[in-house]
Design a protein. Sequence first.
Length: 194
Amino acid sequence: MKGVRLPVLETPRLYLRPLGMEDVPALQQTFPRWEIVKYLSRRVPWPYGPDAALTYIRDISLPAMACGELWEWSIRPRVAPETLIGVITLMKSEKNPQGDNRGFWLAPEWQGQGLMTEAVEAVTDYWFTVLAQPVLRTAKAGENRASSAISRKTGMRLVERFHRDFLCGDQLPAERWEITREEWLTRKKRLKTV
């Protein structure tokens, strides 16, 4: 997967564009809000400094994408494609100490419309059909019911409950969700016939 150019993914209401240096100002402006970050890992710097978006994209995201260890898209509504409203990420678990393969966030004013479910469907399909990965796993705060609902709606199953540190607190209840490639492809085929 090294050196693969990340495509723009499209859904009925979204464009998912590969994250790049041009996204630094929008990321710096949109991301650092407690409603967005509270359920994220303590690896995320908080408070979010004035150069945090630049440092993240330049020093972490782009090098990892170039090595084929990370795939990251900005989320943009078709009605305003110049507006970054969130980010969705796929990552190899061996490069991620927590074993997660997917993460995402969406600006609060865009939540509750099913947009993240569309984004998740698109990147999950990319994970299984283009990258041919065998399983997709993601963990989330137990209190993050909206995120759990997205996992459920997109065919994942709850496989583990445990405790993890989040920005909002230490050793909080957490959940691990997963779906296999076979389960995804079966679900996709079934949805096409409905």
